[in-house]
Design a protein around this ligand. Structure first.
Ligand SMILES: Cc1ncc(COP(=O)(O)O)c(C=O)c1O
Length: 355
């Protein structure tokens, strides 16, 4: 607290990211990064970018990157917005499209950055409880609202929402923007991108941090109707003209173009998830169905805090959320390599030996 702070800073409750400890031999399963490095073509592109041209500003419109992304999804470049990670894209979405006189709606258990943006931009919101089985019931969103946002698959549950349900929601809710945050969609969830040309109020956000193994590069994008994209561009151009630097642009273009590498890494993560789920069930865990590169699991006897503390002592970090209390028994485990899964299962077997 300081007398020099503005009122808004006094009132902020900032987002707390998962830890990034600098320990060797750590099994890091806490922030949903990809266990595999980016495509070798990304590394090549980054090396080429380390050149004299760094003295020049990058393209403020990121035209080449937008064209590459548009091409990937069969959209037009003016249906694409790019930003410094999808967190920055989302920040602009909250300010440009979700701040209205009616409350923004999102699930009670979801990505914890959403209420933080509401605090930053002074947006009124209402949380809609997930059903008993942690699924989203789209009927519950049939309320007066200034916008709707949810991740698909949801975080931290990992549960996917079927496309017909999303379409049902878009039919119910035509007067405000519906944002589907597809940060984890490439790990086995159906994308809503193909609905964009039918529903002018649908905005889909993606990140290169997860399926494209580029959390360190900071690139995310939004796809939607041109007037939604224009609103985001207006905010961006009132904030930072160059959110995508020359490295981010070159690396992201190369990553988007290497479809074969992307498919193969996602395939490996999904295969590891399948075997990890089976091993956890054998140890007495209940695992929620996941369409993401993480799983949300609870043990029948040990609670989430105990499991997390024990694993930490074994140099394995997973994520635990104390609140809301409904999810306190669970731990969120990022899918790593098969070898990391093995270390996790060995540690848990040791802990649960007498259970
Ligand atoms: C649901 C969800 N959306 C968006 C993001 C932001 O990703 P990034 O800013 O790395 O693109 C995350 C990050 O963990 C996330 O979990």
């Amino acid at each position: 607290m300081s007398k020099f702070w503005s009122d808004v800073v006094h009132k902020l409750t900032p987002y707390v990211p998962g830890e990034q400890p600098k320990l060797d031999d750590l099994v890091k399963l806490n922030t949903n990064e990809n266990p595999y490095g980016p495509s070798p073509k990304v590394i090549e592109a980054l090396k080429l970018e380390a050149a004299d041209s760094l003295r020049l500003y990058p393209d403020p419109n990121s035209d080449k990157l937008k064209a590459t992304i548009a091409n990937t999804y069969g959209l037009k470049s003016n249906q694409v917005f790019v930003g410094n990670g999808s967190d920055e894209v989302l920040a602009h979405v909250f300010q440009a499209l979700l701040k209205h006189s009616r409350p923004l709606l999102f699930p009670d258990i979801t990505y914890s950055f959403y209420p933080v943006y509401c605090g930053l931009y002074d947006i009124e919101y209402q949380t809609i409880p997930l059903a008993e089985d942690f699924t989203i019931s789209v009927e519950d969103y049939d309320l007066p609202n200034g916008g709707i946002i949810f991740p698909n698959p949801n975080a931290p549950t990992g549960i996917p929402l079927a496309l017909d349900k999303i379409e049902k929601l878009l039919k119910i809710n035509t007067q405000s923007v519906v944002v589907v945050d597809e940060a984890y969609v490439d790990f086995g969830t159906d994308s809503a991108v193909n609905l964009i040309n039918t529903y002018p109020n649908l905005l889909v956000t993606h990140t290169l941090s997860k399926a494209r193994s580029l959390a360190g590069l900071r690139v995310g994008y939004a796809l939607g109707a041109t007037d939604l994209i224009e609103a985001l561009t207006r905010v961006k151009d009132s904030f930072n003209s160059y959110p995508i630097d020359r490295f981010a642009s070159a690396g992201a273009i190369a990553a988007m173009q290497d479809e074969a590498y992307f498919q193969s890494t996602c395939g490996k993560v999904v295969a590891t998830r399948k075997s990890l789920v089976k091993d956890l069930i054998d140890l007495g865990f209940k695992v929620l169905p996941s369409g993401a590169n993480f799983i949300f699991a609870k043990h029948q006897v040990k609670d989430g805090a105990e499991l997390t503390a024990f694993l930490r002592r074994k140099n394995i970090i997973v994520r635990h959320f104390k609140l809301p209390s409904r999810i306190a028994p669970y731990i969120r485990i990022t899918i790593g390599t098969d070898e990391q899964s093995k270390k996790l299962i060995n540690a848990l077997s040791e802990f649960l030996i007498d259970v």
